[in-house]
Design a protein around this ligand. Sequence first.
Ligand SMILES: [Zn+2]
Length: 440
Amino acid sequence: MQQDVDEPGNIRRSQFACRTARTTLRTFKYRIYPSGKQLTRLDHQFSLCREMYNTLLKRCREGYRTDGTRLNGRNRLYRMTKDIKDEEPKFNTVYSQSRQNVADRLAKAYQHFFRRVKERKAGRQVKVGYPRAKRRVISITYPQFGFRFTGEDKLHVSRIGSIPIMLHRLPQGRIKTLTIKRNRAGQWFACFACEVDEDTRTPIDGEVGIDVGIEHFVTLSDGSVIENPRHLLKSEKRAKRLHRRVSRKKKGSRDRRTAVRRLARYHIYVADQRRDFLHRTSRALVDRYGTIAVEKLNESNMLKNHCLAKHIQDASWNTFIDMLRYKAVAAGGELVEVDPRNTSQICSRCGDIVPKALSVRVHQCPRCGFETHRDVNAALNILARARAGRARSHACGNPTSTLATKAGASGIAEAGTKRDEPFGAIDAGSLRLYRLSDNS
Ligand SMILES: [Zn+2]
């Protein structure tokens, strides 16, 4: 749902939302079913937007080359779109605001380019990458106007017509922009970016530390685990099979094209399943715990992963943590990211370092005798770190700060007692939650 906030029109608004701190921007996505005629119009609009984008880019580049003028400011780009439209009447068929949005997108591309140049100068290893001509455009945005609901299941869009829409739920808040997009499998979607008032519910008290792992999807500091759902593993296996089927077909053949399309559709299906699981899991956790502590994931380590399965896993965790963050904030809670160093090696009860290889799944402390699953131990450490960090920042030079930290440290035992509670609040049916260890 959050994937559309990178549209330029929305960025300015989300900055605005930050300033007021009362509203957040959320995107609501719906499937739409354009008719054959509407498909032709949409395709035509997309190709015109692409042409507009590429023309703007070309003029910017030429302008800079000939006399060094920078044309990439937003207002200059707006003026240029108007000029291009006046020169070529075919652009009149694009809704005026969508045309402006094309300029917004290019302005944003330039902003990122200049940011990367700066980073490069500062010594960071980034590819500078000058904005490139687009080979295809996959979405078109209507900022503010140009669309309205006509009836319960129709969305009227300027220059396109009334498109049947599946309103599986109503968008909340004030609709700011509409983006119409197509995915690789040829499905169409309407995405409404809405300004939503932030929830002012009082935060709940519960705290939890979460360890993400390979064996289990996540392990909680209270000893329970959330597994990767079985249907997801099965789906991934099937995707692999479909992929093999593609590679067996002759290149350029019609069979291969069909297989490629089938694979693309299946990939989207699996991605939807995964996202659904992540939404449910993050929702269940945020409803139960006011403070959620996670490891700060190391980005540069993750980029080194070439193995596909690992890559998917990493991407899931990233998305999962993003979901936890925005859901926790919306519910008045918080997500704390802690330093991941040694969380699996340190004993969460006495603080001793107990070295163990990745294959060793049990934490056994020779000093204090604490024994638990290694991931539970890590989750407990993560929770303790979050508490210690908060105690430090809350104290702020206050003499009680050491006291607070001590209370945080002893809180580990407190988390241990929680283990006896039944885990009724999380929908166990959909999440497959069970106890890992009884610590006995
Ligand atoms: Zn110990």
